[in-house]
Every structure is written in structure tokens, then in C-alpha cells.
Design a binder for this molecule. Structure first.
Ligand SMILES: Cc1cc2nc3c(=O)[nH]c(=O)nc-3n(C[C@H](O)[C@H](O)[C@H](O)COP(=O)(O)O)c2cc1C
Length: 357
């Protein structure tokens, strides 16, 4: 990799964190849709709050709660500290963690430590490697896959599909040909599970079906309602070029707010799984705008195995309240379990949701 492209990648990963913390990056007039649902109150819960067990399983392993820290960063020096703190929190709560895109680790060995540090501080949890669709489209070498997995002693590989982000990114790679075919090859090649996620535009039932048929084990919907990666890249673009005349002004707002709300993705995939009992073992992660424990609870009742969060987790870390925030979210979840009479996460998954009017 040339020094120039190395610098662009470092600038990109660095400014992603900075813009996500301080920029106006949330969808306008579009929410996750999770707030449209409510549980049926159970006036006779027949359990004590202290009986409630938040543990569950993910990919066959017991975890402390149905929450995951979504893929965020790595590949530049300050990322080591961020990843260390994320790993420490994930280890403390015994919840899974994804690292950020490892493209930089593939291209330059000097940045590998910023990813590897997660395993040092989180020896017992599930940690997932991460790579983008454009790299998958090119076809990864077996040695690249081995390097990424070995670096983290990873429990699986996450592939992110981020067409809208690449479309807006100043240096974006918009060649998404052959991604599905290469994913199919990947799932046949590696022995750990492949998770496919979006980054904020959501995964439809049609795409979910294509992914499942390609051998993907877990789908993380990463729907709209939280962060708009189009907006993050638009900020980087206008910083670089002053203004954006790539799209007409009337279309810009439409495109910046493009995406399927998280709850809609979950509903559509739940329906798909009902129609196809053979898809029952595919696990679904709810993400995109998860902001509290009641969002986690609603996601589980909409068919998710767990929920995942990136931007709120990053903000909490930045404000020095990460562990407190996770504790509070788990307490929100415990409250819903108490009020629905759910002693276990499995009980909660079977609870009925009403649509608010
Ligand atoms: C600072 C930051 C960097 C991110 N980098 C990556 C990445 O490298 N790979 C990836 O799959 N997703 C990445 N994401 C996307 C998240 O994993 C997540 O899918 C998305 O932000 C939606 O979740 P949220 O609304 O909880 O933030 C990043 C998110 C943040 C906040």
C-alpha cells in the first residue's frame, strides 16, 4: 500500500470516530420503528425481580446478556485505546464484540496490534473479525482470511455490506459485483461462522434469503433509524471539496436518509423464517439505532437473538460512562422481563407485542 492511500485510510477511520461523536449524523424524520411496539403488561408476573436471568446463547456459546458491541474501529494508533476499553467492557459483561474493518491490517502489518489488543483484554468472550464487501468482491486470499482470524483468535468473520456508505464516501469503492458469489465461496472455505451486516441501511427479506442460501450463519440487520453513514461520508466529502454537487439538491435529502428501518427488517426476516422452517437456525442480530434496554427487549420479541450497538456505545465510552450505560440498559431489559413475567430471555422472546396506536 502506498503512503498516500495509507494516510487516507487512517484519516478515514479517525474522522469516522470524530464525526460519529460530534457530527449531525442521525436520520431526519426516520426512526428505528422499535418505538411503535409495546408489550402486553402482565399484572401477575409470578416471579421476583432477582430471579431474572439475562444470560442467553449466541452461536452455541453462553453469553451474559443479549447484547453485542458492534464493529467500529482499528487500524490507527488511537484505535488501540478505544478497542482496549471496548474489550474490557465486553469481557466484564461477557458479551460479544466485533472489531472494525481489518482492511488496514491486511494492507499494513504495523496496524495489526490495534485489533489484536482486543483479545488481550477479552480472553474469554466471542470476538469477530470484520471486512467490507468491496474486499470480498475482489476475493480474499486464504492467507488474508487466516491472518484476520488468527490475529484475534476470532470466533467468526463479519462481512459488512455498505453500498450507500461507499456511494457517498469521497474515496468510495462502488464495485459491488460478485459479492454474493464470493460470500458463497467464503462460507464454504472457512470453518468459523460468517456474519453479514449492513451499517445502517438495513437488510431486506430478499437479501436475507440470498445470504442464507449463500451459507451465512448470522444476519445483523443494521437498519435505519440510528446513524446514517451517508451523512458521515457527506461531512467528509464537504470538508474535502467545499460542497457536494454530485447529486441534485432535491435528491440529496432522499439519499442521505435512505434505508429500511431496523424494526421493518426484523419483521420481514421473521416472516421469511416462518415461511422457511429450514432457515430456523440462522441467527438474527438487531442493530441500527439501539439506544436502550427496551429497544433490546422489543428486538428479541421481533425475532432477534441479540441486539447490537455502535454509536451509543462509542458515545458512552467517550463520556467515561460505558459500563454504567451497559448496566442501565440491562436494567431496562430486566424491567421489561419483570413486567411481562419473563424469567429468562427465551421467555421474553415468546412474548406478544402490540402495535401502538
Ligand atoms: C465510529 C464507527 C465506526 C464504524 N466502523 C465500522 C466498520 O469498520 N465495520 C463495520 O462493519 N461497521 C462499522 N460501523 C457500523 C456499526 O457497526 C453499525 O453497524 C452502525 O453504526 C449502526 O449501528 P448504530 O446505529 O448502533 O451505530 C462503525 C460505526 C461507528 C460508530
Amino acid at each position: 500500500m502506498s503512503d498516500t492511500s495509507d494516510n487516507i485510510t487512517i484519516e478515514r477511520k479517525h474522522s469516522h470516530v470524530e464525526i460519529c461523536l460530534h457530527g449531525d449524523v442521525v436520520f431526519n424524520c426516520k426512526t428505528t420503528g422499535l418505538e411503535r411496539f409495546e408489550f402486553v403488561h402482565n399484572a401477575l408476573p409470578e416471579l421476583s425481580l432477582s430471579d431474572i436471568d439475562l444470560s442467553t446463547t449466541f452461536l452455541g456459546k453462553k453469553i451474559g446478556a443479549p447484547l453485542m458491541i458492534s464493529s467500529m474501529t482499528g487500524g490507527y494508533s488511537e484505535a488501540s485505546t478505544l478497542n482496549q476499553h471496548l474489550a474490557e467492557a465486553a469481557e466484564r459483561f461477557n458479551i460479544p464484540l466485533g472489531v472494525g474493518s481489518m482492511r488496514q491490517a491486511l494492507e499494513n502489518s504495523s496496524y495489526r496490534e490495534s485489533f489484536a489488543i482486543t483479545r488481550k483484554f477479552a480472553p474469554s468472550i466471542q470476538i469477530f473479525a470484520n471486512i467490507g464487501a468491496p474486499e470480498i468482491a475482489k476475493g480474499l486470499r486464504k492467507s488474508d482470511i487466516t491472518m484476520m482470524l488468527d490475529l484475534l483468535n476470532a470466533d467468526g468473520l463479519i462481512v459488512h455490506l455498505n453500498a450507500a456508505q461507499e456511494l457517498f464516501q469521497p474515496e468510495g469503492n462502488t464495485n459491488f459485483r460478485h459479492v454474493l458469489e464470493q460470500l458463497s465461496t467464503l462460507t464454504n472455505t472457512i470453518t468459523v461462522p460468517v456474519i453479514v451486516k449492513e451499517v445502517g441501511c438495513g437488510i431486506s427479506a430478499t437479501v436475507a434469503r440470498q445470504l442464507i442460501e449463500a451459507g451465512v450463519s448470522v444476519i445483523d440487520v443494521a437498519g435505519a433509524g440510528g446513524i446514517s453513514w451517508q451523512k458521515v461520508e457527506e461531512i467528509r466529502y464537504t470538508r474535502q471539496f467545499g460542497h457536494d454537487n454530485r447529486f441534485s439538491p432535491a435528491a440529496l435529502d432522499f439519499l442521505l436518509n435512505w434505508g429500511i428501518p431496523t424494526a421493518q427488517c426484523l419483521l420481514d426476516i421473521l416472516e421469511l423464517k416462518k415461511e422457511h422452517p429450514e432457515f430456523k437456525d440462522v441467527e438474527i442480530i438487531a442493530s441500527g439505532g439501539i439506544a436502550c434496554g427496551t429497544d433490546i427487549a422489543t428486538s428479541l420479541a421481533l425475532g432477534a437473538r441479540l441486539a447490537a450497538s455502535a454509536r451509543y456505545i462509542l458515545k458512552a465510552l467517550h463520556e467515561g460512562v460505558l459500563e454504567k450505560t451497559i448496566d442501565t440498559w440491562l436494567n431496562d431489559l430486566r424491567a421489561v422481563m419483570f413486567l411481562t413475567g419473563s424469567a429468562t430471555i427465551e421467555d421474553l422472546r415468546n412474548k406478544r407485542l402490540l402495535i401502538k396506536h
